[in-house]
Design a protein around this ligand. Structure first.
Ligand code: SF4
Length: 328
């Protein structure tokens, strides 16, 4: 977990109403529908903090991460980074801010050129941002390799000569090359064996201790997020249905969807009991989200109001918000 500054410090990132809709076009170019991938999501992230984002695949969490860094353009909302709205920046200004915000991908191989040596992969971001001369960039690449547990001899190797876990360590080295303050980690350990997952998580934690970087950590595995996150946001069908400090969320999950996700996580204490809610069916398509509460077709507590009216966000305790009619 990170060492977030106190609540009195302004957040590093304040996201308000982030929305990303994808139009569906017919063969003639007419818009025939809209995929509502992310719908009005708000949260904040402090310096040195890790915010975990969880939910089933297709809930919009990866789209949210990519929209935040403007790898895809938002439909609406604000993302204030140290008070500056990232969504309002022109191309040139955005490039300057990109140094501060990086991404670690699920499969780092996709962001590496298989024909280029690892030294080149690590020097490339410095070159793009015109940082240092060639000798300085090489020194930096070597120091990054050492930081993530490699030696200088790895500088001349190619991506295919590394295992999945090793490539993820290189992905992290590349992400920190420019000294960012925010890293979006998109399912960074999902494709790795459990034994390798903890090595990568430990490396992310070491990097955070050393550089004070903040993470938006996206994952579908709640046990992984529990280990690394200070706070957790739960997404369902493009909406953030609950967010809370990590311990609070695990001990007092309120939203029926959060309860169902937690029911699938093993409890370390065999005497402890947890109410089991089993999810019925698949999530509806974001092309046709249900009216009212988007979770109502799968919710065992659904009431008449849930089928008609969208629940509003309710703050139940410090930092714990839930979007459900049961708590309004
Ligand atoms: Fe269930 Fe209603 Fe709460 Fe939605 S608003 S989660 S349907 S109880």
């Amino acid at each position: 977990m990170g060492q977030a500054l106190s609540n009195l410090d302004p957040p590093l990132l304040q996201v308000d109403g982030l929305t990303k809709h994808f139009p569906i076009k017919s063969a003639l170019g007419r818009t025939v529908g809209t995929v509502k991938a992310v719908n009005g999501v708000s949260f904040q992230l402090s310096k040195g903090e890790t915010f975990g984002l969880v939910g089933e695949s297709g809930c919009g969490k990866s789209t949210l991460g990519r929209t935040l860094l403007r790898l895809i353009e938002p439909t609406a909302g604000k993302a204030l980074y140290e008070g500056i709205d990232l969504f309002a920046l022109g191309k040139r200004e955005l490039n300057r801010y990109r140094q501060h915000m990086q991404m670690v991908f699920q499969d780092p191989y996709t962001s590496m050129d298989p024909r280029k040596r690892i030294g080149y992969t690590l020097e490339e971001p410095l070159k793009i941002h015109s940082i240092g001369n060639q000798a300085e960039r090489t020194d930096k690449a070597l120091s990054l390799l050492r930081k993530v547990g490699f030696s200088e001899e790895h500088y001349d190797r190619f991506p295919h000569e590394f295992s999945g876990g090793q490539r993820q360590r290189i992905g992290i080295a590349r992400a920190i090359a420019l000294g960012p303050q925010l890293i979006v980690c998109d399912e960074p350990v999902s494709a790795l064996d459990v034994s390798i997952q903890s090595q990568v998580i430990n490396l992310l934690e070491e990097v955070q201790q050393e550089l004070g970087v903040s993470y938006l950590f996206i994952a579908h595995d709640l046990s992984v997020v529990r280990h690394i996150a200070d706070r957790i946001g739960v997404m369902y069908l493009g909406e953030m249905v609950e967010q809370a400090p990590t311990d609070e969320l695990f001990h007092r999950p309120l939203h029926p969807y959060t309860q169902s996700l937690l029911a699938a996580v093993p409890i370390p204490d065999p005497r402890a009991k947890r109410e089991r809610i089993e999810l019925q069916g698949e999530p509806p398509s974001p092309l046709h989200p249900p009216k009212g509460c988007v979770f109502h077709p799968r919710c065992p507590y659904a009431m008449a109001v849930c089928r008609e009216a969208e629940p509003q966000k309710t703050t139940v305790s410090a930092g714990h918000e839930v979007q459900c009619h049961l708590y309004e």
